[in-house]
Design a protein. Structure first.
Length: 219
């Protein structure tokens, strides 16, 4: 606004003075924000504060290192969080991998090996989501190389995703100590989740990336 002096005070973390990442989070929460974004959760204290905030009406968005959407849940458990707390606090987990995007100027339809083709068919057949339409003819693309992509055949990146919504069935599984990532993933698939590899195959069929890239990134 014209004539108004705006200022923003930024303070770096200084553990020697007692100003840690966790204390900064608590300070922010005292201001009662509706939404809070945390760059990354990597320790128990940060995880506990995040879960407490999520259970008291705040929308908390963050990242955590894990192999899959299901793996994010067990990662929190590995940080020492109570399973009951996790089941009540987590609403949604998303797993992602980045693959190279085929250059739109030089990509072309290509034959794939029989092993890759059979694996792709098997993965597509296991999709349990009525909103997904699988084409009858499976046509995949490959990189060629041209001046537009520096003769690499790829230009940019595209994400492969999978997302787990916290359903009552998955909440019940989370409360059991013996539950594995596989159990949670299978329950999510039964509920319609498309896995990262399946998402990648669909994007390969759309010409966004190659089948080789998908299997390389998801293995």
């Amino acid at each position: 606004v014209e004539g108004t002096n705006h200022s923003l005070l930024l303070k770096q973390i200084d553990e020697a003075r007692g100003y840690t990442f966790a204390s900064a989070m608590r300070s922010l929460l005292r201001q009662n924000p509706n939404i809070m974004m945390i760059g990354e959760i990597r320790d128990t204290e940060t995880a506990k504060i995040s879960m407490e905030a999520a259970m008291t009406g705040h929308l908390v968005l963050s990242t955590i290192h894990a192999n899959s959407a299901a793996g994010a849940i067990s990662r929190f458990a590995g940080l020492g969080l109570d399973r009951q707390t996790l089941a009540n606090a987590i609403e949604f987990t998303i797993g992602q991998r980045l693959v190279r995007r085929l250059c739109p100027h030089c990509k072309k339809i290509a034959e794939v090996s029989s092993d890759y083709l059979e694996r792709a068919k098997k993965e597509l057949a296991e999709i349990n989501n009525p909103t997904i339409t699988i084409p009858g003819d499976l046509l995949f693309y490959t990189s060629v190389g041209c001046p537009e992509c520096g003769q690499i055949g790829y230009k940019g990146r595209v994400g492969l995703y999978e997302a787990i919504s916290m359903t009552p069935e998955i909440q019940k599984l989370m409360l059991q100590e013996s539950t594995t990532d596989y159990d949670i993933e299978q329950a999510a698939i039964q509920g319609g989740m498309v896995t990262m590899v399946q998402d990648g195959i669909l994007k390969a069929l759309a010409g966004e990336t190659s089948l080789e890239e998908v299997f390389r990134a998801t293995e």
